[in-house]
Design a protein. Structure first.
Length: 211
């Protein structure tokens, strides 16, 4: 698995490179600015990217815009975006295509190596991973989805974190069959059409983020 890494802080960039390569990834390019990132992402042999939201020259949203651009050229291209702060609008922009293979984590999550690597692998496999703090912030700021029960909102929040049905069942201390029933009810209540369950999970999360 060949990755592009974009991070402007030299020590963090070096640390991430070492971390990723020690867990079986190959860092094909490690860059510190938007121009070099754009060039690195044109490499057709690159399989995924780990990007800081804010990069030189403006330190605003260069990484985010690069992520959206590469996914426009290569639909479903896996991207893990790292951010210093909770900015759920960025997560919404990344999810807008409904294709999955997207992660949005706060940088302090990288300190939990196992969680970061597991999240990246889920993204590479086509899943969607949102930082728990992003999920909590959205839940605190938005009105509940009127058509969903309290339990269904719990399930949807855990889906937004990228958790599997088995992981959700373990967290809520219920059976996987019960989780599947709740998820099907969520799809129905949010008027999501039949199709790939993975894509419907992304659409459900996107619907929730847009409230």
């Amino acid at each position: 698995m060949r990755l592009v890494l974009a991070e402007d802080h030299a020590l963090l960039r070096a640390g991430l490179t070492q971390l990723l390569e020690s867990h079986g990834f190959t860092v094909a390019a490690a860059v510190d600015n938007a121009a070099d990132l754009d060039t690195a992402l044109t490499d057709p042999t690159v399989d995924a990217a780990v990007l800081d939201v804010r990069l030189p020259p403006t330190q605003t949203d260069e990484g985010l815009r690069a992520a959206i651009a590469v996914r426009r050229e290569r639909p479903g291209f896996p991207v893990m975006v790292l951010s210093q702060y909770v900015e759920h609008l960025y997560a919404r922009e990344l999810l807008a295509s409904g294709e999955g293979s997207v992660g949005y984590l706060l940088k302090n999550r990288v300190s939990d190596v196992a969680e970061f690597v597991e999240g990246l692998r889920r993204v590479v496999a086509g899943g969607t991973v949102l930082d728990p703090e992003v999920v909590a912030t959205v839940m605190a700021r938005q009105q509940p989805v009127d058509r969903l029960s309290a339990r269904e909102r719990e399930v949807l929040a855990l889906m937004a974190e990228g958790r599997s049905n088995a992981a959700i069942a373990e967290r809520l201390v219920v059976t996987e069959k019960a989780v599947a029933k709740h998820i099907n009810s969520i799809f129905t209540k949010l008027d999501l059409p039949l199709g790939s369950d993975d894509h419907r999970r992304v659409r459900a999360v996107l619907t929730w983020l847009r409230l």
